[in-house]
Write a protein that binds this ligand. Structure first.
Ligand code: ZN
Length: 426
């Protein structure tokens, strides 16, 4: 006798948990359109095998709540998010918010990415109401489907970010978000607040990084379990993370190859297909299991997209110009740029500031110290709380003038008035 898994919750009215994972759904149903893809036709996860684990962390069966993807260009990264949207419409409907850096970019993304995703995948086309029919109510910024809705907005619009409670939140290109949405604060925090009422929420944050210390995606990645994609050497099978210093070339940079960190044999670009297929994500940081972070540079770009040779040629083109090199580091290595000079230390420090009430030891403060500065007419005391990784908070500060602990009667015995004493000290 076989037992069918049965996930219906009778009392809460929740929908059954779909058994399909996002990657399985994409392989079975997702069609890539001629307009939005360089490789139109049926989606194949095996083309970009590193996306499988990212997509599956977004599946309802995964305990992960927040997925962080810090990435380079030309690795198909945005498709992980698109497949997730398709999956939600087809398999796990609910309210979803997609945030692009600006409302204008959101509209462009909706027309250029979301519309083809729906139009070219038959199962989605059947579920999303056709915006051309008069009663659909669907627009560029809002697509209703059976059991849910996808709303598209921009990080520059506080109104858009406050629109409705959402179970699914897709924050795209977060390093291009403004610091502040219409004077109402950090757009990422505003958007995440919208998910607070959903116990089984999913949040996806994707971006190419920008400047170190200011990059949102780097900050999010650092707070995650920090997964890197390890691939085996085709010669000695040693697993390694692909790193730029191992890319070398002789005369023609276009013929660049990769040098194995272990056997030092040359690995050629076409061998990447095998390496990617046999690679695996490994976490570099311990986390609570709810925040999965993935870092992937363009050195992992599949054969036929960006080769190591093209990356080398782009590097040579950019290396003598700071602006070009910055873009190359961000988009090819998927790493932040260390800005020397433009952003002073105080600015980076300011970005890290928190608000907390004076006089109370903030959460995370483990040890208190008091620093005392003795001046002629006063003593200044600062109480500092110290936490992990040398994080510190100024808990309280006070200034004790001598008159607070020198009694007037003593002054009388000394034969001096308080004003005389002050005058002497001054
Ligand atoms: Zn090797």
């Amino acid at each position: 006798m076989t037992c069918k898994p049965y996930h219906m919750s009778f009392n809460t009215g929740l929908r059954p948990d779909p058994l399909l994972k996002v990657s399985e759904w994409a392989d079975g149903f997702r069609m890539l359109s001629q307009t939005a893809s360089s490789e139109p036709g049926r989606w194949r996860t095996e083309r970009t095998p590193y996306l499988k684990e990212i997509m599956d962390a977004l599946s309802p069966s995964s305990p992960v709540e927040k997925v962080i993807f810090m990435k380079g260009a030309q690795i198909g990264g945005t498709e992980a998010g698109n497949n997730w949207i398709g999956y939600i419409i087809d398999q796990a409907p609910g309210p979803m918010l997609v945030v692009q850096p600006t409302v204008e970019m959101g509209k462009r993304w909706s027309k250029g990415r979301l519309a083809p995703l729906i139009d070219d995948t038959p199962t989605l086309r059947d579920k999303v109401k056709d915006p051309r029919s008069r009663d659909s109510g669907n627009t560029v910024q809002s697509k209703e489907f059976t059991g849910g809705i996808v709303v598209v907005t921009g990080a520059n619009s506080a109104v858009g970010l406050r629109s409705m409670p959402v179970r699914y939140l897709f924050l795209d290109e977060i390093d291009a978000y403004p610091r502040d949405a219409d004077g109402e604060g950090d757009p990422v925090s505003l958007a995440i607040q919208r998910t607070a009422t959903f116990a089984r929420r999913k949040i996806l944050l994707v971006s190419t990084p920008t400047i170190q210390g200011l990059s949102r995606i780097e900050r999010e990645f650092e707070a995650s379990d920090q997964r890197y994609y390890w691939v085996p050497c085709p010669h000695c099978h040693t697993f390694q993370i692909l790193k730029w210093p191992q890319v070398k070339w002789d005369d023609d940079p276009l013929n660049a190859y990769y040098v194995c960190i272990s056997c030092e044999e040359k690995i050629y670009n076409h061998q990447k297909t095998w390496m990617l297929a046999n690679g695996e994500w490994r976490a570099a940081n311990e986390c609570n299991g709810k925040i999965a972070g993935f870092h992937l540079s363009s050195l992992y770009s599949p054969v036929g997209w960006l080769s190591w040779g093209q990356a080398a040629q782009n590097f040579l083109h950019a290396k003598d110009n700071e602006q070009l090199l910055k873009v190359w580091v961000n988009t090819t290595l998927g790493e932040t740029w260390v800005d020397k000079g433009e952003a002073p230390d105080w600015q980076r420090l300011f970005e890290r500031k928190e608000n907390y009430p004076i006089g109370i030891v903030p959460f995370g403060g483990l040890v208190l110290t008091a620093g005392v500065d003795v001046q002629k007419d006063r003593i200044e005391v600062e109480i500092v709380a110290w936490g992990k990784n040398r994080e510190s908070w100024s808990v309280d500060y006070c200034r004790l003038s001598y008159f607070q602990f020198v009694q007037p009667s003593w002054l009388a015995k000394l034969g001096a008035s308080s004003s005389e004493l002050l005058a002497r000290q001054g």
